[in-house]
Design a protein around this ligand. Sequence first.
Ligand code: SF4
Length: 367
Amino acid sequence: MKAPLTTSGPGLPLDFARRLIDWQRCHGRSALPWQHTHDPYRVWLSEVMLQQTQVSTVLHYYPRFLARFPDVQRLAAATPDEVMALWSGLGYYSRARNLHRCAQVVVQEHGGVFPARAELLQALPGIGASTAAAIAAFCHGERVSIADGNVRRVLARLLAFDGDLARPASQRALWDLAQALLPEQPTHADMTAHTQGLMDLGATVCTRTRPQCERCPVAGLCQARASGTIDRFPVKSRTLKRRHESWWLLLLQHRDAHGVTRWWLQRRPAPGIWAGLFCPPVFESETALRAGLPPALVDRLAPQAAVAHSLTHRELRLHPCVLACDGPGTPELAAWSDPAGQWVDAAALAEHGLPAPVRLLLAPPDA
Ligand code: SF4
C-alpha cells in the first residue's frame, strides 16, 4: 500500500520554506514593477493581469493601466468602454469586466479599502482563492499559500502528488499540502519572499517542459526527481479540446473627402466571445456575408488572407473581407441596415476596446 503523502519526514524535510525563501532573495525576480509594494490595488491588478498571460506582455499593459487608473476610486469611476479599451489585446476579457465590478464593490461597500484577509478578498468579484492569497500574503504578510497552475505543477512534482488535478478534490488536497509547506511563524518579509519564490520557481525553473532541476533550490527534496518520474507530474486527465470555427469579418471602410478613414463596427453581444468589445460584423460563411450586402457593393468585396487566432475553447480562423464604400448617407448604402453598428474613426480606435486580432487587421503596427 502506498504511504500517505506528507510534507514532513525523510522524503521532504521541513526546510522547504527556508530554501525557497533564501533562493528567492538571492536569485528570484526582484525588478518587476508590481514588486516592493504593499498596495493591494497594485498587487491585485498585477495578479489579475498575470492570469493566463506572460509577464512580458503584462509589462506593457500594467504601467499604462496604472497611469490611467492610479487607484481603485479612479477605476471604479471609469466607464466599461474605458476599461475595455485599455485591456484590449490582453485577452480573457471577463477579467476586465470583473476588475471593474470589483473596483466598484470595493469603493461602494468597503470605503475604497480592500479587505485584508484572504477569505474576505475571495468574496469580491473575479478574485479567486489563489489571487486572494497573493494579495493577503504580499500586502499583509498573512500566512496563506498561493496555488495557481504554475505552483500546482511545482508542488505536484516536489511531492510526487498523483491526484488528478482536473478534479477539484485533488486541487484542494494539494492546496492543503501547500499550506503545510509554509514557513512557521513567518515575518511579513518571509511571506513575501515565499510567495514570490513559488511564483519564480514555477515561471523560471520548474517550467512545464524541460524543468531546470540543476538550478532548483529544492531539487534535493524533490520526490519526482529522485524517482526519475518528473514527466509523470502533474497528473491531469482532462485535456482541453478546442473547437475549430471560421468567421468571416466584413471590414466595411469609408474614407471621406478629407482623407479620414472610418470603420463600421458593432459591439459584440454578451454573453459570448469578445462580449462588449467592438468588432466588424461577423458572418458564419462568405455566402452569408455576401447575402447581407447591398447588391451594388458585392463586387467590390476584397477577401484578405485568413488569420488564425486561439481562444481558450476555440481555434478561430478569421477571414477578413475589406469593402471600401462611399460612406454613410450615400445611395450605395441606402439598402444597408445594421442598427447594431456605428462608424468609428480610425484615429479613435485606440479609445475603443477591440480584440487583439481585430486591432491588428484595422490598424497594423507598420501602417
Ligand atoms: Fe521541479 Fe526539478 Fe525542482 Fe523538482 S527538482 S521541483 S522537477 S525543477
